[in-house]
Design a protein around this ligand. Structure first.
Ligand SMILES: NC(=O)c1ccc[n+]([C@@H]2O[C@H](COP(=O)([O-])OP(=O)(O)OC[C@H]3O[C@@H](n4cnc5c(N)ncnc54)[C@H](OP(=O)(O)O)[C@@H]3O)[C@@H](O)[C@H]2O)c1
Length: 299
């Protein structure tokens, strides 16, 4: 399988490339500002339609996994024009080119397409974003349905994992607590934290089986940031009293957050061989891998 992964340097894109290379696929990793270190590098600027066209020409993919996006939720709120250009207009171009090149397109979307009023959203629930990021990603979904030939939309929620350049939430908490520093953590916003390697394996199964659908591929446990912080502190025997429960409204963020955007993963549990992990299992694996990476230096 020839695979083109956009956002090859990102949290999800890099892990996807690692797993796909391990499975023996020909992996083209699209790079923008940050160089990729896994797969065959292909230059891609989503703001330039010609660059999208040449990335397809260079890689001639069977499958495209569109993982690149403007993911900073508060930046999207401050710069809506940029958010729509990257998350919507460019996704439309990616979808058009996928159809033109007979490639199967998998679009990575988000739990933030929901308004967060009820939680445990199913694939059949109606999206209703409450911030620019969510709306721009939802418009991306609409463009995929309209312009791609064969496609799958997968929604993800608060990914955590190990990356060579950035720390995800559990690692941030570990670092703070290990230094004896206090950490403010929201107790009143709920999501479905997703262990990135688990997500990537589910996603590659979707690619391998050519599943055309909308799928929620997050972790299976609904949890707040506070739940995650406490669990990770317990696993590593760190001082939990340094964790300060805070309301999300006290964090004074630019974009509104859905209060409960947790995802129902029963469909994925039913149809996939690689199952969504619970938070317990995911965090255990995360901590074990973090130890291995820190001791070997091998990200
Ligand atoms: N992170 C989350 O909390 C979250 C939650 C739900 C869903 N998702 C979705 O999951 C997907 C992957 O997210 P992630 O966490 O891996 O994101 P990430 O770590 O922020 O990576 C984003 C990637 O997009 C690339 N990119 C940004 N602007 C670009 C442009 N103009 N042209 C080409 N590439 C560009 C970046 O490359 P450069 O750095 O080189 O610009 C980077 O590789 C996204 O679709 C996101 O919407 C994320």
């Amino acid at each position: 399988m020839r695979l083109l992964v956009t956002g090859g340097s990102g949290l999800i894109g890099r892990q996807l490339c690692l797993e796909a290379v391990r499975r023996g696929y020909e992996v083209y990793a699209a790079e923008h500002e940050v160089s990729v270190d896994v797969g065959i590098p292909v230059k891609l600027d989503l703001l330039n339609p010609l660059s999208i066209e040449s990335a397809y020409e260079e890689s001639r993919p069977d499958v495209v996994i569109h993982a690149a996006a403007l993911t900073d939720v508060d930046l999207c709120e401050r710069n809506a024009e940029l958010a729509f250009r990257i998350n919507y207009n460019a996704t439309a171009q990616i979808a058009l080119q996928a159809k033109r090149n007979n490639a199967f397109l998998i679009y990575i979307s988000t739990d933030y397409v929901f308004n967060g009023a009820k939680g445990m959203y199913k694939e059949t629930d109606e999206p209703e974003p409450i911030n620019v990021y969510g709306l721009s990603k939802l418009k991306g979904e609409v463009a995929v349905k309209e312009f791609a030939g064969e496609w799958c939309i997968v929604r993800l929620s608060t990914p955590y994992g190990i990356h060579n350049k950035k720390k995800t939430f559990p690692e941030y908490v570990i670092t703070k607590l290990a230094k004896g520093e206090r950490v403010k953590v929201a107790y009143d916003q709920f999501t479905s934290p997703t262990y990135v390697p688990n997500f990537c394996k589910m996603l590659l199964e979707v690619a391998e089986r050519g599943i055309q659908d909308i799928l929620h591929l997050s972790g299976s446990t609904r949890a707040s940031r506070l739940d995650v912080a406490v669990k990770v502190a317990e696993l590593l025997d760190l001082d939990k009293t340094l964790i300060e429960p805070t309301s999300i409204s006290e964090l004074k963020l630019d974009a509104k957050r859905p209060m409960d955007s947790s995802l129902d993963v029963s469909k994925a549990l039913q149809i996939l061989k690689e199952k969504p992990m619970t938070l317990e299992v995911g965090l255990n694996e995360f901590v074990r891998n973090l130890y291995r990476v820190k001791t070997s230096g091998n990200y």
